[in-house]
Design a protein around this ligand. Structure first.
Ligand SMILES: Nc1nc2c(c(=O)[nH]1)N[C@H]1C(S)=C(S)[C@@H](COP(=O)(O)OP(=O)(O)OC[C@H]3O[C@@H](n4cnc5c(=O)[nH]c(N)nc54)[C@H](O)[C@@H]3O)O[C@H]1N2
Ligand SMILES: Nc1nc2c(c(=O)[nH]1)N[C@H]1C(S)=C(S)[C@@H](COP(=O)(O)OP(=O)(O)OC[C@H]3O[C@@H](n4cnc5c(=O)[nH]c(N)nc54)[C@H](O)[C@@H]3O)O[C@H]1N2
Ligand code: SF4
Ligand SMILES: [Mo]
Length: 718
């Protein structure tokens, strides 16, 4: 047995990106500890990062390519897999063109620059544009909002946590999630500091969350009514003339339009649907305006509603006109390693209802339609990397039929998940600990950091079995299909040469091409080459984001000013009266929201035995005792939750923390058909996305967001 080796890396499970110290022996993890010396995480990590060994060395880990033969998966060689997939791809491309080829790029790999870039360049080689991502399940409203207000989807703001005096946190639960659109290890500690320094945190949430129980003030809100809460807020700000007129004059357009829009929405009126009293709202406005540095921040609880883009627009407009945008303690515009890429002059549109792409991706809510609708551009081949759309996207039943309809479905994953059950080929990719990496934070996310830092990591392990770097897989497929990656012969030649060199056995030598790519990127971002970065496994600190660095300097709109009145949103605002009336009519209906849990991570943590022990082996219906009583439900009963003609059944858990009228069923469950997941297969629970509607009518205009939060549902005892 060899001795234990120790290495430093970063966790790539969530946006916090904590530093870890990983001990290995004989290519197996023996221990993972938080890295006390990491410049940003300083010794923090959560249970998922610390248990990563269970993901890497999972007995179900894929180690060889698989091909479906007569309904069963059989192992084949890489050569055979590449030849056959490349051949089919070539034929489909020749007959039906690039629009018939699509891809889904899942969440976990979004944190690695190399495979994500390669998948994009692979699509480019075929003139294929249909890239689906979980973005339209979690944050595309922010991309769409950034584009309209600041000029680019990559122009994003985040609360200046270390200096803010007042934070209104809407639809987020950091104790569990560690947040999104802000890279902040140990978020609760940092947020608690706001109150320790005499400031205040409000949690606007239909659930009295684990976070709200720690500190701050919980303000309940009826699900999917945040847009009205924000209209009431805006109304009050304007009524009190609490506007930084000089800034508005100099740096913003469209303020007068905003004034008109806010006029009818008094706190009394919006209270009718938000269930937040006018006095509570006014108190929040008082505190916000009194604070020297205040911020409203929101996350998936709002993003996944039916008005996520509208809410984002109002929220950032409030932050902007009150002078809190680009101000110490307000919201800062994050600065990436590279400036935001130039705006795409012509946004592609889907053949389905002419729906626009957002941030160069096509909404996942119309994936089934793109596959099932006949005619030119019908998707026939699909590549799914590190994703589980069958469990994570809306409309699972339609998606299942769609995947059945494909001529070619290739899944690249570390295990055989539910989606892979529909695949023609499954290719074993790398676990993040097996690749050299820099986080995919070059444009946007790099900047969304209270502590702006950068960490390069070497692989901690060699690839399991025959598993292969995803980037290499795409370049090899391009070669076989006769379409050079990125449409560049030179790029393809370089890749082929690097591959040939890498094949020569030479102990201790590391693959060259990916490192070369990363080096070029970091060098051009003036971070230094790998030699320098390797010397800093604890990360390097970059110049922090500064207030006063954005307005008048980096705003990417044509006017150079913040656009407070984007025409399409102003137009939509006219329809809000109707939405409001509907809300009033539905005041008694149950609304279904999502819920993240400590031991689950979207759909991929349930194959770890420790995470699904005992009562954790299923998802539940969380329901307030009042709502349960009316339906004759108690804890342990099985409930049927229906939306339209679709339903799922899960056990009931009475939960006083839910606002009455609100129910919750966590997503990522329903693994019973997952033949490739020996632990998850034996869990119970159901896939809530079977009842979340998909299709062009169920996504938010402009952002393409699937409506997953605040969906009206029925509950009955089984
Ligand atoms: N343990 C764990 N951590 C995770 C994940 C996981 O699956 N498990 N997933 C990761 C991913 S991919 C992401 S994107 C982030 C997301 O990070 P967050 O956005 O912080 O996600 P949640 O913790 O689900 O918080 C959303 C909150 O919104 C509330 N909410 C629901 N509906 C509404 C509404 O209509 N209005 C308002 N105001 N609030 C509402 C919910 O009660 C919930 O508390 O978390 C990441 N971290
Ligand atoms: N109803 C409802 N649905 C939701 C949400 C919700 O709140 N409610 N949340 C949404 C959100 S925020 C998100 S981000 C999506 C996530 O949705 P997805 O990204 O589609 O799904 P994951 O569950 O993250 O599945 C990731 C897969 O990647 C694999 N994987 C992990 N690491 C690697 C790697 O390095 N290489 C390769 N090749 N594979 C890897 C895992 O084994 C797993 O099979 O779900 C969304 N779905
Ligand atoms: S919070 Fe947990 S899952 Fe997220 S990066 Fe840190 S260790 Fe990984
Ligand atoms: Mo997400």
């Amino acid at each position: 047995m060899n001795s234990v080796k120790q290495g430093k890396t970063i966790c790539r499970i969530c946006e916090a990106q904590c530093g870890l110290v990983v001990s290995t022996r004989d290519n197996r993890i023996v221990d993972i500890k938080p890295n006390e010396d990491h410049v940003a995480s300083k010794g923090y990590a959560c249970i998922k990062g610390l248990r990563m060994g269970d993901f890497v060395h999972n007995p179900d880990r894929l180690k060889q390519p698989l091909k479906k033969v007569d309904g069963n998966f059989v192992p084949i060689s890489w050569d055979q897999a590449l030849e056959e997939i490349g051949g089919k791809l070539k034929a489909i491309h020749r007959q039906h063109g690039g629009e018939s080829i699509a891809a889904y790029m899942g969440n976990p790999i979004g944190f690695s620059i190399w495979p994500t870039t390669m998948m994009t360049l692979f699509l480019q080689a075929f003139g294929a544009r249909k890239l689906f991502t979980p973005g339209t399940q979690d944050c595309a409203n922010k991309f769409a909002g950034g584009e309209r207000l600041f000029g680019s989807p990559n122009d994003q703001v985040f609360p200046d946590i270390d200096h803010t005096r007042l934070l209104i946190a809407v639809g987020t639960n950091p104790v569990i999630s560690k947040m999104s659109f802000i890279t902040m290890p140990h978020p609760m500690e940092r947020l608690m500091d706001i109150e320790r320094k005499g400031g205040k945190v409000y949690w606007v949430n239909p659930r009295y969350t684990e976070s709200a129980k720690r500190f701050g003030e919980h303000v309940p809100i009826r699900p999917d009514t945040d847009v009205f809460f924000l209209l009431g807020f805006l109304h009050e700000v304007i009524r009190r003339a609490a506007v930084d007129e000089e800034r508005v004059q100099r740096y913003m357009n469209g303020y007068e339009t905003l004034v008109e829009i806010a006029k009818p929405w008094t706190p009394e009126r919006v209270a009718e649907v938000t269930q937040m009293s006018a006095s509570t709202l006014r108190k929040m406005v008082d505190d916000y305006l009194a604070a020297d540095g205040a911020a409203i921040y929101s996350s998936t609880g709002v993003n996944q509603g039916s008005q996520g883009l509208m809410a984002y627009w109002l929220q950032e407009s409030i932050n902007a006109i009150t002078g809190n945008l680009d101000k110490k303690g307000g919201v800062l515009a994050g600065k990436g390693v590279f400036p935001s890429p130039p705006r795409v002059s012509e946004v592609p549109r889907s053949r389905i209802n002419n729906i626009p792409y957002v941030n160069s991706t096509i909404p996942a809510g119309i994936m089934a339609d793109e596959i099932l609708t006949p005619g030119p551009g019908k998707v026939r081949a699909m590549f799914n990397m590190a994703g589980n759309p069958l469990l994570s996207c809306a409309g699972s039943d339609r998606l299942a039929s769609a995947f059945d309809d494909l001529e070619l479905l290739v899944c690249i994953d570390i295990v055989r998940n539910e989606t892979a059950g529909y695949a023609d080929y499954i290719l074993p990719g790398l676990h993040s600990l097996e690749r050299p990496d820099v986080p995919f934070y070059f444009f946007t996310f790099m900047g969304l950091m209270p502590v702006r830092s950068f960490t390069y990591t070497e692989p901690m392990l060699s690839p399991a079995g025959e598993s292969r770097d995803e980037g290499l897989i795409f370049r090899q497929l391009c070669r076989v299909a006769g379409k050079p990656i990125a449409g560049s012969r030179l790029f393809q030649l370089l890749s082929n040469a690097a591959e040939a060199i890498d094949r020569i056995p030479f102990p201790g030598r590391k693959t060259s091409f990916d490192r070369l790519f990363i080096s070029l990127l970091t060098l051009s971002g003036r971070l230094g080459g790998l030699r320098k970065l390797r010397k800093h496994p604890d990360g390097i600190l970059l110049e922090p984001n500064q207030p006063g660095d954005f307005l008048g300097k980096r705003v990417n709109t044509q006017s150079g000013k913040v656009e407070l009145a984007p025409p399409d949103l102003v137009e939509r605002a006219k329809g809000l009266d109707k939405v409001f009336d509907m809300e009033r009519q539905n005041a008694c209906a149950l609304k279904l929201i999502q819920k993240r849990e400590r031991f689950t991570h979207n759909s991929w943590a349930h194959n770890v035995e420790a995470f699904v022990k005992g009562k954790r082996n299923t998802n539940y219906l969380f329901i307030h005792p009042q709502d349960a009583q009316v339906r004759n439900l108690s804890t342990g009963d099985i409930a049927r939750i229906s939306v339209g003609n679709k339903s799922v059944e899960v056990p009931v858990q009475l939960d006083e923390d839910m606002l009455p009228g609100t129910i919750s069923v966590p997503h990522g469950w329903g693994h019973q058909q997952a033949d490739g997941l020996s632990v998850a297969r034996n869990t119970e629970g159901a896939n809530v996305n079977r009842i979340i509607p998909d299709g062009p009518e169920s996504i938010e205009p402009g952002s393409g967001m699937s409506h997953m939060n605040g969906v009206i549902a029925d509950v009955a005892r089984v």
